[in-house]
Design a protein around this ligand. Sequence first.
Ligand SMILES: *Cc1c(COP(=O)(O)O)cnc(C)c1O
Length: 388
Amino acid sequence: MSEKMNLKEMDQTYVAGTYKRFPVEIVRGEGSVVFDETGKRYIDLGSGIAVTSFGVADPIWREAVVRQAGQVQHMSNLYYTKPCAELARMLCKRTGMKKVFFSNSGAEANECAIKAARKRQAERKGPDCHIIVTLKNSFHGRTLTTLAATGQDHYHELYQPLTPGFLSCAPEEIPELPHPERIAGVLIECIQGEGGVVQIPPEALGRIADFTKRNDILLMVDEVQTGNGRTGKLYSYMHFGLEPDIVSTAKGLAGGLPLGATLLGEQVQDVFGFGDHGSTFGGNPMACAGAISVLSRIDDDLMKEVTEKGNWLKAYFGTVQGVQSVSGLGLMMGIQTDKPAGEIVSAAMDRGVLCLTAKDKVRLLPALNISWSLLKEAAEILKACIEA
Ligand SMILES: *Cc1c(COP(=O)(O)O)cnc(C)c1O
């Protein structure tokens, strides 16, 4: 008990106060089950916000990372290291993209996407072609530039002036925008995660894609949350027949290590030359070894299971008293409830289930390999919390 007080006090004294934490310390886990400092068991439906793709301390992932740690944990980008090149090849082979830039987070992956679009279009069309169009209600990160890309005003207020040259629109407004010759790229999430698990209608996505193609604008898809198998395909754009020029991803890519990746398509594959962009940790061997392990397990069988489990969750919560609607795809689920989402998350935690909120919804992002029995056990508990 005093141990717990000590940790809470120490954290509140010394860690910058940006996070409102639950009064729980997680000390260890096994897959989709984690334990707090008192030994209490929780079923984890949050995966560290879509990060631990195969759960906590997964043995296959751990073996890959620990093996790499015993060989070389970091060397900088001054030298070749195998995991970095192998992972880049893997990502390109599975997406048809041509080259990869590695960083450490989703925000950085988006920064790189924006830099690539700006540089490419400035070279081809001149410096006036620099506007990046994003969607209202989007989330793209916390750096000053990715905040500017984020289409939610409340994130902007404290940090003016943000990077200029961003415009956020409703999906149906984009194809009607005037002066397309000034637009360098359109950056979208197919399913907005932080925005409340909001799926952009497929027809609207199609019209945005047509607009970018017709006007020689780069189509950029933010797959930071939706990527790496989360929605039942490797990347969510693959559900909608999109052919993005740039794809950014992070979160679940390395299964729990910080890794961002910006995938560059044919049009932008050669946009960066020596010294044009960089990252000290980007492409770090341990993170890349973790990602190779994660990606090599995201196959058709797993995607089928993710889809089935997602469909089951949707049907299950669709009939629960107190649920207004269920949104999302695969194991990325938003549940709109009568009761405030925060209350449900707290009640679920008391009863041994960890889940998240997104705007006013309860958000579920379980590990891709969560077992049916744990999923059903957690769903029953959550149902009880929603109905109560
Ligand atoms: C989480 C998230 C980001 C930011 O990722 P960080 O790793 O926190 O920088 C960007 N875009 C989307 C869609 C996200 O969900």
